[in-house]
Design a protein around this ligand. Sequence first.
Ligand SMILES: CC(C)(COP(=O)(O)OP(=O)(O)OC[C@H]1O[C@@H](n2cnc3c(N)ncnc32)[C@H](O)[C@@H]1OP(=O)(O)O)[C@@H](O)C(=O)NCCC(=O)NCCS
Length: 225
Amino acid sequence: MSAPAPATPSPPYLLKTPRLLLRCMQPEDAVRRKEAVDSSGEHLEGFFPSTPEGRMPLEAHAAHVRKLRGWFDLDQDRGYGVFEPQTGRLLGEVSLLKRAGIGALEVGYWLRRDATGQGFATEMASAVVKVAFELDKVKRMDLLCDPENVRSAAVARRLGFTFEGRLRDRQLAPHHTRGDLLCFTLLDTEYPSSPSSKLPLEASDFVGRPLTWGPSGGTKAREPA
Ligand SMILES: CC(C)(COP(=O)(O)OP(=O)(O)OC[C@H]1O[C@@H](n2cnc3c(N)ncnc32)[C@H](O)[C@@H]1OP(=O)(O)O)[C@@H](O)C(=O)NCCC(=O)NCCS
């Protein structure tokens, strides 16, 4: 049996792409998350289903933000809030999920309705794919989506992922509907020629130290001068 991969030495808590800021969630983000979901209407109904009592209350968003922070700090799933740098508005979330197994991570994401159609999902997914290959040193990235979700499948294709097949009768989380899933993957041998490898990306660790991206793809924290 192969040994489990070592924990990521210095997970990036903050990432800056050309247009977006990605960071570990903070308590006040619960209010931003509710506003993003509420203003998105049916666009996010599959992700945040309404209940007979109405839309997801602030308490439920706060509970989920606490979980995202907890998992992040414990080196489990890393869910980033994605923000508009100029305004601090929450545009969506992107996650690196461990359920893909040893030596692999899965990317998941959502965008608020009025942030779609501008390439933001592609950019934020690209950022975490870069982190996964260059820092976590994964051998494979997975991207799974509902067969009807053509926009998500388009993100996978834009990022150079290969369609592997249709997985039958899956349910990966309690809040997901049971059904078939399309499976896309990107291997470490394919990453260097993928768009993510070319994405300009700044990263800093838990204590705010910049993480430098080495020529061989390695990353280390740089002590402030
Ligand atoms: C899936 C989801 C994130 C995709 O969002 P999206 O806006 O289609 O994807 P992007 O942000 O990458 O934008 C791509 C579009 O912007 C355009 N675009 C503009 N500038 C661009 C740029 N710089 N780079 C890439 N695309 C750009 C593309 O041409 C494309 O346009 P098209 O839709 O007319 O073909 C979004 O539909 C969503 O949040 N859905 C609900 C949640 C969900 O399903 N999550 C995924 C679960 S697997």
